[in-house]
Write a protein that binds this ligand. Structure first.
Ligand code: NAG
Ligand code: NAG
Ligand code: NAG
Length: 363
């Protein structure tokens, strides 16, 4: 009996020793390969955050029915669309009634956009790009050059039915996005799906979490938000600078999520803020980073807590911040991930709230 116990104990000791040795090798062999992007943007050097509590005045649409609607879209007839954590594709008619349009077996439905042909294009973080219409749900693309698209995040369509969409990370998927923040290597990119040729190609890569995408009103450039870097980039699609990329706005007061074109040619951007202390410390101590990475559940629960607040800003086509709204305590809305303007109102999506927020811009 004792000998059996001894053998079991020594086996445990050996396994632990090997595990610790592997950890140490990992820690010391790669400690120099991590740049700390977070260090580039201390809060003091950022643009001022809005502070007016206006997001506490939102009207709640579909409360309790729409579960964590990450993105919202409104078509030209004023029908509001959203997709939820439990896979519902929902629309709210002008008379205020919600219709459960389709169900998709996925917990990863994120960015959406409407088309002129009354279809909805959806980023399913796990499957790729989907097209939804009265006839049903169809997969448009899931691969690029034979490789799986890991993390389809947000999409925008041009008038010639080309869809630009972000692949937030080529390394981590939606269920472990926090690890991408921990690593902060630029694994993100923008892809384009051409409906007429049914092909998917690369537009731009090397992005530190490629998130919201929007087209300018003339569709001559694309704006993509680089969440981990507190900035959005402008990528020219037409004209003299075609193919070139420049900074659209940086030093944002929070990490940019989805972005949408407003009727006047400006853009609305939803901003997130994560509790900064632990990640900062983790950055300076690569060993700690590895250990943290070994416990992703703990990390996502306690370390990357999104601060309990909400913030959105309006940025002109010249890249200047014009105005913003917030909920400083998150009492009404928090983790707001998208904002869309339609007929003098803003509509808000959130990965926390179980409703779509609506706010009049008139007062
Ligand atoms: C609201 O509008 C939709 C779409 O036009 C229609 O199907 C529905 O019956 C309407 N509901 C009410 C209560 O009027
Ligand atoms: C889409 O593909 C068609 C057919 O190959 C091509 O003519 C068109 O220029 C492509 N559009 C874009 C935006 O790349
Ligand atoms: C588009 O291409 C994919 C694979 O490249 C194929 O599976 C799919 O059937 C094609 N769709 C259409 C509409 O041709």
């Amino acid at each position: 009996m004792n000998r059996l116990l001894d053998m079991a104990l020594s086996r445990i000791v050996v396994v632990c020793a090997v595990a610790i040795a592997i950890q140490l090798v990992l820690i010391f062999s790669s400690s120099s390969s991590y740049p700390g992007f977070l260090e580039n943007q201390p809060s003091s050097s950022r643009l001022p955050a809005p502070s007016n509590g206006k997001l506490q005045e939102v009207e709640k649409l579909g409360e309790g029915v729409v579960k964590q609607p990450e993105d919202v879209a409104v078509d030209k007839n004023g029908v509001v669309y959203t997709v939820t954590r439990d896979g519902s594709v929902m629309k709210m008619h002008r008379n205020g009634t919600w219709e459960n349009w389709w169900h998709i077996d996925s917990t990863g439905l994120l960015g959406i956009t409407t088309t002129q042909t009354a279809h909805l294009i959806i980023c399913d973080a796990f499957q790729g790009l989907l097209k939804v219409g009265e006839e049903g749900v169809k997969l448009l693309t899931s691969h690029i050059d034979g490789a799986k698209i890991r993390f389809a995040d947000d999409v925008i369509g041009s008038s010639d039915d080309t869809f630009y969409f972000s692949d937030a990370s080529t390394k981590f998927d939606f269920s472990s996005w926090q690890l991408d923040l921990l690593e902060t290597e630029p694994h993100g990119r923008v892809l384009k799906y051409n409906s007429s040729s049914n092909t998917t190609s690369l537009v731009l890569d090397g992005l530190a979490f490629a998130n919201g995408v929007a087209l300018s009103s003339d569709q001559d450039y694309l704006v993509v938000c680089e969440t981990w870097k507190y900035r959005c980039l402008k990528h020219w699609l037409e004209g003299d600078k075609k193919g070139q990329t420049e900074i659209f706005i940086d030093k944002l007061p929070g990490r940019p999520d989805n972005i949408n074109l407003a009727p006047d040619g400006s853009f609305w951007i939803a901003l997130l803020e994560s509790a900064p202390m632990w990640p900062k410390m983790v950055y300076n101590l690569p060993g700690l980073k590895y250990i943290t990475g070994a416990f992703p559940k703990f990390y996502s629960k306690y370390v990357t807590n999104v601060v309990e607040q909400a913030m959105v800003v309006n940025v002109g086509s010249d890249g200047k911040m014009l105005r913003g709204f917030d909920d400083p305590t998150g009492n009404v809305m928090k983790f707001v991930t998208s904002v869309v303007e339609f007929e003098g109102h803003l509509y808000f999506g959130s990965l926390y709230n179980d409703f779509v927020g609506k706010l009049s811009l008139a007062d």
